[in-house]
Ligand binder design. Structure first.
Ligand code: ASP
Length: 593
């Protein structure tokens, strides 16, 4: 028996008179006075099947027992629908198949949720993921993900890149997260780490002379889960030799243009604008600014240089800044209580000391806990610089430069949400953020850490600062690509010289012994004619999520973990038998749950 001659989205009025066989699931079943109508669904779409008791009584009788999600095969004659009963929403809406034979391949139990429509209980969706994936949105997402991956593979293939797999069982590589460890049974007491990224391998492939590598690579980071993160995720990972920052960026612009063309039919203009990290922080308070709206942060330190206001005075005296942004027209959205709530949020969630504001009523009176401390000339200068009009709200950041900007950056995003500045917007705002700092100081650890990772190349102009220890002045040849305020990915030109790499490790406080122990293989490889190289990685899940327009990364992953890191379908992770642990030379100190 052949299961199908056509799929369920194929038939058109031109097929009327043909005998066809279709297989799929009962999407819905309606009984119109003994005539049974079934919407038969397969992964391509839906075809209406009619069971007519007067023409094929035995088949019609069987159709009475059909229930939602039964898996069936139907043979029948394609017929035109009666005038007025066509369904313009279906590609097959002009026809129906009059059944002459029906085979029930498998019955379905009562469903935990309907396959149609929205299901709000996500745990239930994850527990029955195979049913969830039958739903139209999820089928569309899976297909979209396939098409994005395919476009990426085609793009890199055409550009001469080779897709090469790198190990999943490997050594730790520092990407800033916790490693997943796998016990090595054959070397008791030793562990593999799952890769946070294929970073070192892709660089070693350059030493190997591969020149152009890419991989749709699975990565693992043991982090607390948020809406847009998973413990395991997929990167479009790229590395090339004899290349430049500009070449890598152009390659990725071409990739994104192709993906958006092939999946959404939109042309995105390239090249994307570039913005230095410093400028992004100063103007938008973020290293991934959303430039679909203004709400820029404005420098006010000079205005308050001689201010009698003690708070501002002491911030300025200790080298900080006074900055503000104008939420234009927001006054009506901010009651006194609301402003209090925002202040609370700034303190508890953003670590700010407070969130000073001035609200200008529609008639122009200023309401503010701090304005009484300002002189008339300060008020006039402030109003002019920020174009502060009746109905506007100003928010102030008074702190060290980055801290003030970061708080205002978060305020900026929240204001944009409140004012619905991007609601319904179709804009795709791409941006490269460049010239990141190479290192950042972590006061709690009293040490410097790599802003990207320790293999990132310092800018040639800033090498002297690396030598002299003025690390805060060293910029990296690193770049992030941002879409509508979301970081899609990032990369850098790498260090390929053994000595410079050792210097970078030293700046990170890694002793020569530890360098040998952890990165000896890389340092050694660099002493065998390693070519200059660089690369980039894009988060595939996040990219697909943005294209699909979904809120959760879980919606574009076939079998995701929930936000407690569990796979509710298989109940993973599970406790294991003590015997298994003994074989792995492991003793568990965990209490039984
Ligand atoms: N390995 C980096 C990451 O995972 C990307 C890169 O530098 O290519 O973020």
């Amino acid at each position: 028996m052949s299961y199908r001659t056509h799929h369920c989205a194929a038939l058109r009025p031109t097929d009327v008179g043909t005998t066809v066989t279709l297989s799929g699931w009962v999407d819905s079943r309606r009984d119109h006075g003994g005539v049974i109508f079934v919407d038969l669904r397969d992964r391509e779409g839906i075809t209406q099947v009619v069971f007519r008791p007067e023409e094929h009584p035995a088949v019609a009788e069987l159709s009475h027992g059909l229930r939602s999600e039964d898996c069936i095969t139907v043979t029948g004659l394609v017929s035109a629908r009666l005038a007025g009963t066509e369904n313009p929403k279906l590609t097959t809406g002009g026809i129906e198949v009059v059944a002459t034979a029906l085979t029930v391949l498998n019955k379905a139990d009562v469903l935990p949720f309907p396959i149609e429509g929205k299901v709000s209980n996500e745990d239930l969706r994850l527990e029955y993921r195979y049913l969830d994936l039958r739903r139209a949105d999820m089928r569309t997402n899976l297909r979209l993900r396939h098409r994005v991956t395919k476009a990426a593979r085609d793009h890199f293939d055409e550009q001469g890149f080779l897709e090469i797999e790198t190990p999943i069982l490997s050594n730790p590589t520092p990407e800033g997260a916790r490693d997943f460890l796998v016990p090595a049974r054959l070397t008791p007491g030793a562990f593999y780490a799952l890769p946070q990224a294929p970073q070192q391998y892709k660089q070693l492939l350059q030493v190997a002379g591969v020149e152009k590598y890419f991989q749709i690579a699975r990565c693992f980071r043991d982090e607390d889960l948020r809406a847009e993160r998973q413990l395991e995720f997929t990167q479009i990972d790229v590395e090339a030799s004899f290349t430049s920052e500009l070449e890598i960026q152009t390659l990725i612009e071409g990739l994104l243009a192709r993906i958006f063309r092939e999946t959404k039919g939109v042309e995105i203009p390239t090249p994307f604008p570039r913005m230095a990290y410093r400028e992004a922080m100063d103007r938008f308070g973020s290293d991934k600014p959303d430039l679909r709206f203004g709400l820029e942060i404005v420098e006010l330190s000079d205005i308050f240089r001689d201010s009698p206001f003690k708070v501002f005075q002491s911030v300025l005296a200790s080298g900080g800044v006074i900055r503000a942004l104008n939420a234009k027209g927001a006054a009506e959205k901010f009651s006194k209580e609301q402003l209090k709530k925002w202040e609370e949020w700034a303190k508890t969630e953003l670590g700010a000391k407070g969130l000073a504001y001035i609200k200008a009523s529609p008639t122009g009176e200023w309401e503010s806990p701090i304005v009484k401390f300002f002189s008339e000339s300060e008020k006039a200068a402030l109003a002019e610089r920020l174009d502060f009009q009746p109905g506007d709200v100003l928010f102030f950041g008074a702190d060290k430069r980055d801290a003030a900007c970061e708080v205002l950056g978060r305020v900026r995003l929240r204001c944009a949400e409140l004012l619905e500045l991007t609601k319904g917007s179709e804009e795709l705002n791409f941006l490269w953020v460049v010239d990141f700092p190479l290192l950042a100081f972590v006061p709690e650890e009293n040490s410097w850490v790599a802003v990207h990772h320790p293999f990132t190349r310092p800018k040639a102009d800033d090498l002297a600062h690396l030598e002299s220890g003025a690390y805060e002045n060293v910029r990296a040849v690193a770049y992030d690509v941002v879409l509508n305020g979301v970081e899609l990915g990032g990369g850098s030109i790498r260090i390929h010289e053994r000595d410079l790499q050792a210097k970078m490790f030293a700046a990170l406080g890694i002793s020569p012994e530890e360098q040998q122990e952890k990165f000896g293989h890389l340092l050694r490889a660099f002493s065998f004619g390693a070519p200059p190289h660089g690369g980039v990685a894009l988060g595939l899940d996040r990219l697909v999520m943005l294209i699909a327009g979904t809120e959760s990364i879980r919606d574009v992953i076939a079998f995701p973990k929930n936000n407690r890191g569990q796979d509710l379908l298989t109940q993973s992770p599970v406790q294991v038998e003590p015997k298994l642990l003994r074989e792995l030379a492991i003793q568990s100190t965990a209490k039984k749950p």
